[in-house]
Design a protein around this ligand. Structure first.
Ligand SMILES: Nc1ncnc2c1ncn2[C@@H]1O[C@H](COP(=O)(O)OP(=O)(O)OP(=O)(O)O)[C@@H](O)[C@H]1O
Length: 535
């Protein structure tokens, strides 16, 4: 008997024929054809800017294609907007949820659904239906919980419930695990398999090839706006998919020489931070980063890493009390300061965790963003806009930013290319200490390889690098030493060659090296900030 999702005879749930879409000069989708068999999980991979989100937005009626046809269940679906896509049985879970935070789960589910007009009688009906769906698909969420009190993983379940409530047979998920803890991601995968086993069709966009291999039946690869291959997942490998995506072989591990650490560049001692609500977020951090080494901080997001980076970057949370001492290249670094510019002057580069909020001004052009934070620094030479433009063009060339258009606003680049703009600016400022937060979040495999190489080069040129990442693979691959952070404390330090993912995972979960949980205990996962990745 064929396994679920692999029946050659399964009728198509979706068929795209000759879809094309341009944004001005950018051909985001070119003559794309795709068949997704019903009852399968179909992965879509491709480099940043390959056109995945555009294609899915067309399928969901968000954009009208310039050419092409969408068939749902062999019939022209007549998709002209999201309402018609929903009527055709298509549901979409976006990266940024579209829920009303102060409404309850059931209110969110009813909102916009066709029977929403008769709110009073439909609430109890909807509640009942939600309970049924929750039981059938392991989507347990309290229908009467207010959405803003739910963890990110639960909010995502509400989005899935919303689609199922509207009788979606085809569910599109755009990078759904980027915001989840590892446990939440596992749960999501169980939900998706459950959906498939009951005949639903799932389309999953992800940059994580591990997820593709684990959960999909077939995988389609996009490159530069075109569909280059669709393969049964069991007949392919991460290496082959990476090569199809990028058009060349990609190193899935980082090649680096032994570090040659020099003098201490950053020395932190007894760093504590109490936020304005009185919660102690950092509980006495001691660490040293030397010239020519990468210290990786592993940990589930929300355990103080963001606060650590913000304090060192010179923008601690408003109202926070910071104590402890820090030295930068032997000189005292005031910890309570809020002057990011002074930090840059002192030689601290910063690739922030949230590139859109902190790394870029989204409405500014790429060239303006290449001097962000440094525009007042370098006297007249840098104030010459033509010089900045041509420097920016060269930098975009070196860092393979696509499209290579310095005039394009940051918001019109894909996520990975936005990240390359930030990485280029910070690395080329030649910092003595580089703070790096989640450098490859939402970034494709070719760009990950590229960013990792540039970080290693900067290390080899003598910079000290403090790397925070929730991606354990990334921490293991890049770090010369690994410190594990949990609940505002460093739980221990390890050498990458002398530890394992299992040991680090235990430390990340709060087990002390002796295996006994620390005195302060584990924070309630739902009270933490959303964890941002999968290890
Ligand atoms: N609204 C828009 N205006 C102008 N250009 C756009 C717009 N939306 C997308 N693009 C461009 O279209 C191309 C395809 O973008 P798309 O977001 O579909 O890629 P993607 O494969 O989903 O990328 P990522 O993996 O980074 O999310 C990119 O070059 C992008 O810059």
């Amino acid at each position: 008997m064929a396994l679920p999702g692999t029946q050659a005879t399964a009728p198509p749930a979706i068929e795209l024929r000759g879809i094309s879409k341009a944004f001005g000069p950018v051909q985001a989708n070119r003559d794309i054809s795709l068949v997704v068999p019903a009852g399968t999980i179909h992965g879509i991979v491709g480099e940043n800017g390959a056109g995945k989100s555009t294609l899915m937005s067309i399928l969901y009626g968000f954009y009208r294609p310039d050419a092409g046809q969408i068939l749902v269940g062999r019939r022209d679906a007549g998709i002209t907007d999201s309402q018609s896509a929903i009527r055709a049985g298509i549901g979409m879970v976006f990266q940024h949820f579209k829920l009303v935070p102060n409404f309850t789960v059931v209110e969110n589910v009813i909102l916009g659904a066709e029977d929403g007009a008769l709110l009073a009688p439909s609430v109890s009906r909807a509640r009942k239906e939600l309970r049924r769906l929750a039981a059938e698909y392991q989507l347990d969420v309290n229908p009467d919980a207010v959405v803003e009190t739910l963890s990110v993983g639960h909010q995502q379940r509400v989005e899935i419930l919303k689609a199922l409530y509207r009788q979606a047979d085809i569910l599109i998920l755009d990078e759904p695990t980027g915001v989840l803890t590892p446990a939440e991601a596992d749960h999501l995968f169980r939900i998706l398999k459950g959906l498939r086993d009951r005949g639903k069709t799932v389309i999953l966009i992800t940059h994580k090839l591990r997820e593709i291999m684990e959960i999909t039946d077939n995988t389609s690869v996009m490159r530069r706006g075109e569909m280059v291959a669709t393969v049964p997942t069991r007949e392919t490998s991460p290496e082959q998919l990476a090569e199809l995506m990028v058009g060349r072989k990609v190193l899935l591990r980082v090649d680096k020489a032994q570090a040659a650490p020099g003098t201490p560049i950053l020395e932190l001692s007894g760093l504590r931070m109490v936020d304005r609500a009185g919660v102690e977020r950092l509980r006495g951090i001691d660490l040293t980063v030397r010239a020519g080494e990468i210290l990786g901080i592993a940990g589930v997001s929300g355990n103080g890493q963001t606060q650590l980076l913000d304090i060192l970057g010179g923008y601690p949370e408003a109202g926070a009390q910071v104590t402890g001492t820090a030295r930068l290249a032997g000189r005292t670094l005031p910890l309570s300061g809020t002057d990011a510019r002074a930090r840059r002057h002192a030689g601290i580069g910063n690739i922030p965790e949230d590139r859109q909020a902190e790394g870029l001004v989204m409405d500014f052009s790429a060239w303006e963003n290449t001097v962000l934070g440094r525009h007042r620094d370098a006297g007249t030479a840098l104030m010459d806009n033509d010089a900045i433009r041509s420097r920016a063009a060269a930098q975009m060339e070196r860092f393979d930013v696509r499209p290579r258009d310095p005039e394009l606003a940051a918001k019109n680049f894909s996520g990975g290319n936005q990240q390359k703009i930030v990485v280029a600016r910070e690395i080329e400022s030649r910092p003595i200490l580089l703070l790096v937060g989640q450098p490859t979040r939402g970034v494709d495999i070719g760009a990950i390889e590229f960013i990792h190489r540039r970080l290693i080069e900067l290390r080899d040129a003598g910079a000290a690098i403090l790397l925070v990442s929730v991606e354990l693979d990334e921490i293991m691959a890049l770090s010369d030493r690994i410190a594990v952070m949990f609940d505002g404390c460093i739980m221990g330090e390890r050498l990458p060659d002398a530890t394992s993912a299992a040991e680090l995972g235990l430390l990340m979960a709060g087990a002390s090296p002796s295996g006994i949980p620390p005195e302060q205990g584990q924070p309630d996962p739902d009270e933490r900030e959303p964890a941002k990745g999968v290890i």
